[in-house]
Design a protein around this ligand. Sequence first.
Ligand code: 5U1
Length: 672
Amino acid sequence: MAAPTKIKKRIEALREQINYHNYRYYVLDDPEIPDAEFDRIMRELQDLEQDYPDLITTDSPTQRIGAEPLKKFSEVKHEIPMLSLANAFSDSEVEDFDRRARERLDVKSIEYAAEPKLDGLAISLMYEDGILVRGATRGDGWTGEDVTQNVRTIDAIPLRLRGKGYPKILEVRGEVIITKAGFEQLNDMQRERNTKLFANPRNAAAGSLRQLDPRVTASRPLSFFGYGLGKVTNVKLPGRHSKIMALLQEWGIPVNTEAHVVKGAEGCLDYYHQMQAKRNSLAYDIDGIVYKVDRFDWQEQLGFVARAPRWALAHKFPAQEEMTLLQAIDVQVGRTGALTPVARLEPVHVGGVTVSNATLHNQDEIDRLDARVGDTVIVRRAGDVIPQVVGVVMSRRKGRPRRYRLPDTCPVCGTHTVRLPGEAVTYCAGGLYCPAQRKQAIKHFASRRAMDIEGLGDKLVDQLVDAGLIETVADVYALEAKQLAGLERMGEKSATKLIRAIEKSKHTALARFLYALGIHNVGETTAQSLANYFGTLENIMKADEDDLMTVPDIGPVVAKSITSFFSQKHNREVVSKLLQAGIAWPKIKVKADAELPLKGRTIVVTGTLASMTRDEAKAAVQMLGGKASGSVSSKTDYVVVGENPGSKADKAESLGVEILDEGSFLKLLGKK
Ligand code: 5U1
């Protein structure tokens, strides 16, 4: 059945809208509508094309991914070779370049189009009558690979040019890149799938474009900036590079908006230094600046030498990656007890500074790199980020160095280290004792939701530890007012007040005390479940992993974390000192199953209740064996709705979860 004219018109209008919004987003960097609205327009077009497949055209924005995977890429001969650029590494080389060009042209001064040199993959895009017909890699400059079906998946590259006046044949040359954020996102995805990480955005862009299956390319966050022309027919174009770039932009090709026309070597160097300062704040990696003589007639006069034009120069930034020797691997222990392996390197100049240490992150990263002491490694320093080891030059490995393993004991306090199942980080288990974790442990212990010692804030903890007055949380209870009074900004009155607050904190609850110990993965809810289930601290301390896993919601990771903590002699000593200091809590009567009417039930509270706070409601549910959750799912048994409920009430309704008002909730708790 032929499609009605109305449908044809609607399809054309939707395509135009999509192309327009892509242009706003990728070329002008100024989106007009939210992503959700864009998706809606795209979906409408997809639906219509599904109903009327005869109306699908290859330049429709829905047709970016369509082709089947290839067996191999075919060759493309570049009619006009894709040249490389001469490099400069110092200001004087730029001055020489400008002087030589002026002398050859016999002119006093030259205007240059200056723009960032992107760190991606050079490609050629061929447009015929405004339609993208071919995408090819640079290859050796004369012969590249046909990557048309991959290039079509990149949203920043228009399948059809905008406006009018473009040449019948227009070859655009430029760089396919991945933004820094896209690179992080891609490596996160690779990590989740346990596949190889990309060393840098350049490799990621190149690897993504050279995929035989266009669906893989489509899943990668690639972008594009045009920087020049190749073959062009049948139209008289402006005589300056900068004007051509403006035209390309009008035709819908993204070009670098940082580009500027500058005067002479001085202008080039000013621009270079400005961009170098701005480099880290750009969304994409750049590795230098390209200067091009702006006037085409002058470009022609200057011509070429070997494979590079005499009218252009790449002025490189200092390298961000260098090779050096991995002399040793040391371990640092952070405030939370995390062990970080640090590479000690033979000092090397990277990105303008001397680097002798770089992070190796964790054991998984060392294994992934297979970094061993004595290896030649690649160090990367990008911006203000801590230098990283990003690779090992295997061909330079000498002999058979031993694999590196993080130590079994903490290099700071000697306590055992643990790596919990499924976690990348190795921790020191001496949380209450380890000097590296001291301040953090005491700050957490004193915090409001833990022991709630009013007045013992972060700054005071720093002062007390720095003055050597306390080493562990137990020492807090031995503090005397006269010791405190000598501290900065601490008068007699506030010292007495603090001592009183410390005294008051001794009357607590078992759950609070457990939470205050700062055991990894034991938050308030887990602490409450442990207290309810075991009743006494003694029972928790002697429970093995199997015992702990019988508690609802405690899995192997949390169980191991708890046993590792209490198996450390030093931690047990601190706990025992705390008890000796007089910390105590009301006895807990462990309830038999019959007394746990909410056992196995998950309850969500939303909105404000008149008779209790949200925390009190949570505690009440837990006391009766139930699980108090923060989000509604099909596994939720009841949603308790108070005043001004949020979207959770709607969600409960849509999932068919039973909704209780406050009265029914109180009945459920046996309070009515
Ligand atoms: N930004 C930019 N990169 N880049 C690379 N412009 C530019 N121009 C190039 C190359 C190879 O070549 C032309 C000067 C021919």
